[in-house]
Design a protein around this ligand. Structure first.
Ligand code: CTP
Ligand code: MG
Length: 228
């Protein structure tokens, strides 16, 4: 099947607390959003990228990114899942095509990680996500606020993006999860709720999500390191 991408970029960046939404902060003169979209376009298998931006977003207007014929812009929604759904509905593809959903706030997606995800999903025909094995010991805290027990780390993974599923199945799963009021913080959780399989493909730390002010220096470091 063919591959498309959707990039949710309609957030306000509350935790970053910058003057402008974090996806428009610049590294080397290029916005986080553009770094993230360019990372996707580096794989020739991705035919289109649909970016969801917020309704009265003027920051996106001037970006050269949208002059690329492979890139289109749609209006996102109140929650990340609403923005993703708006993007999915505009993807120029068939229900059986694959779609990779990737956060605008992950500018450091390595080329090899993206290629590994697409390779493994196409080979197995099972949707999947990039994920990192947990390196810390993880504590489960009870109602008392004290540690109840330690989780089995060998079974714990941190979900990243891109998350790659069939366009039609993902759209239906997200609509279903939202209609039921289920928490949908990533695409895989909607697929899980729908009882559909999700495979994990190992990713790397460079693909972390820029969230808080301290992350800016780290993102700049990874971007410079990649260009070496
Ligand atoms: N996002 C979106 N639409 C929303 C909320 C988030 O498209 N209504 C996007 C963000 O722009 C970001 C990605 O989803 O690229 C991951 O979300 P997050 O890191 O939480 O970004 P924000 O929601 O902007 O940040 P915060 O939660 O701190 O406000
Ligand atoms: Mg958010």
């Amino acid at each position: 099947g063919r591959c498309h991408a959707v990039v949710p970029a309609a957030g306000v960046g509350t935790r970053m607390g910058s003057d402008i939404p974090k996806q428009y902060l610049r590294f080397d003169g290029v916005t986080l959003l553009e770094h993230s979209v360019n990372a996707l376009l580096r794989d020739p298998r991705i035919e289109s990228v649909t970016v969801a931006v917020s309704e009265n977003d003027t920051h996106a207007d001037t970006l050269p990114l949208f002059a690329d014929p492979r890139v289109q812009r749609v209006t996102g929604g109140a929650q990340r899942a609403d923005s993703v759904l708006a993007g999915l509905r505009a993807v120029p593809g068939d229900p059986d095509d694959w779609v990779l959903v990737h956060d605008a706030a992950r500018p450091g997606l390595p080329e090899a990680d993206l290629a590994r995800l697409i390779d493994q999903v196409l080979a197995s025909q099972v949707g999947g996500i990039l994920a990192e094995a947990i390196v810390d010991t993880v504590k489960y805290v009870g109602d008392s606020g004290l540690v109840e027990h330690t989780l089995d780390r060998s079974r714990l993974w941190c979900a990243q993006t891109p998350q790659m599923f069939r366009l039609g199945e993902l759209g239906a799963a997200l609509e279903g999860a939202l209609a039921q009021g289920l928490p949908v913080t990533d695409e895989a959780s909607a697929m899980e709720h729908a009882g559909l399989p999700v495979q994990l493909v190992p990713g790397s730390p460079a693909n972390f999500k820029v969230t808080a002010p301290d992350d800016l220096a780290l993102a700049a470091w990874y971007l410079a390191w990649k260009e070496e």
